[in-house]
Design a protein around this ligand. Structure first.
Ligand code: CP3
Length: 343
């Protein structure tokens, strides 16, 4: 007899669950005093490279809250460093030399995860061993367009005008870079699954900057390549499509199991476009964690009403939790989501 799937994994497969599972993007992070205590002793890069410390901060939110999933502590830029790109975090990623030529792309090392970023797989193994059985571990990577945005811009940006202009001016160089990134993320995510990650998530943090035709032409093909390159693993694949409400028609063509949505996108509206074969994840505005407990419950009710009664909803914020958030508000959110959705 097989044990029942943990609620998070069941919801990824659109199966009914005893309660709606919840986890929080950036759940390990600066809003937690115990995370800040670790960070006061080590830099961010060192934290990502130490399996013991990455494991510790991954487990911190799990000890504190009744979360239904864990996400390995790392960063989307970690495999990029593994490909030989020098960068630092300030706190967002700043690239020593932005990548803008075919020669630089050719010189990017072909990622061999076990050689170039072994600490990620070590951290996954340690964390899986330290997690309760009902809390699955999520592995992740950045989407090619999001990684391309940082690599070409060289630093965080609100509009990413430099990479967006570059994608128009140099379509072949851009496509080649994103294809190389896609191939690297396939081996990277496969290695994470091999180490024990039970779901794999792709962060399309900046694809929402593109209009529908550019999104379909530029951002989507390398994502499709990744998803098709992982499908045989049999683990749920989550595509977080930040600010992509206008791009859902093309996202519906992906073979992803779950689509993550931000708060500007209606969950119910997205379900209609995405169809019955995809679960949805989201989408409380991180600002709502600053409202009174009563109002927070009302905002959560609205998310549930929008998502509708069907299975296949994973509760989350619409984007990462803000560092100023009160952890007690997170505890109230997690408990209320469970209580409200209990069957
Ligand atoms: O708990 C988790 O969610 C796992 C850890 C995680 C981090 N980064 C840790 C981190 C995850 C999943 C990421 C993904 C990531 N990194 C994304 C995609 C998600 C998103 O927000 O859209 C992006 C775009 C990055 C790039 C990046 N790294 C940025 C923009 C920043 C600055 C963010 C900030 O909060 O100021 C980082 C650094 C970073 N990555 C921090 C953390 C906790 C802050 C670093 C610190 O402790 O000083």
């Amino acid at each position: 007899m097989t044990a029942a799937l943990p609620p998070f994994l069941a919801a990824c497969r659109r199966q009914p669950t005893a309660h709606t599972p919840i986890w929080i993007m950036r759940q390990a992070g600066r809003y937690l005093p115990e995370y800040r205590a670790v960070r006061s002793k080590v830099g961010f890069t060192e934290l990502t490279r130490s399996p013991e410390l990455a494991c510790e901060v991954t487990l911190q939110p799990i000890r504190r809250f009744a979360l239904d999933a864990s996400i390995i502590f790392s960063d989307i830029m970690v495999p990029i460093e593994g490909m030989g790109v020098a960068l630092e975090y300030a706190p967002g990623p700043v690239i020593g030399e932005p990548v803008r030529t075919m020669k630089q792309i050719d010189e990017l090392r072909t990622l061999v995860p076990e050689r170039d970023v072994p600490f990620v797989m070590e951290a996954i193994k340690m964390t899986r061993a330290g997690l309760p059985a009902h809390v699955p571990l999520i592995g992740f990577a950045g989407s090619p367009f999001t990684l391309f945005s940082y690599l070409v811009a060289g630093k965080p940006s609100k509009e990413f005008s430099v990479p967006r202009a570059f994608a128009q001016a140099e379509p072949e160089i851009s496509a080649r870079l994103m294809e190389k990134l896609a191939d690297a993320m396939i081996v990277y995510l496969r290695a994470q699954a091999g180490a024990g990650a039970q779901a794999l998530m792709l962060f399309e943090s900046w694809g929402g900057l593109l209009g529908p035709s550019d999104f379909a032409r530029i951002a989507l093909p390398p994502v499709k390549r990744i998803i098709d390159g992982l499908k045989d693993l049999g683990v749920p694949l989550i595509y977080f499509a930040n600010q992509c409400g206008s791009n859902l028609d093309s996202i519906a063509t992906l073979n992803a199991d779950v689509v993550g949505l931000d708060w500007r996108t209606s969950l119910g509206g997205a379900r209609k476009i995405l169809g019955p074969n995809k679960a949805i994840q989201g989408n409380l505005d991180p600002a709502h964690l600053f409202s009174s407990p009563d109002n927070l419950r009302k905002r959560v009710d609205e998310v549930f009403a929008d998502a509708g009664p069907g299975p296949g909803h994973i509760f989350n914020l619409g984007h990462g939790i803000w560092p100023e958030t009160d952890p007690d508000s997170v505890a109230r959110l997690v408990d209320y989501v469970h209580e409200r959705s209990a069957k």
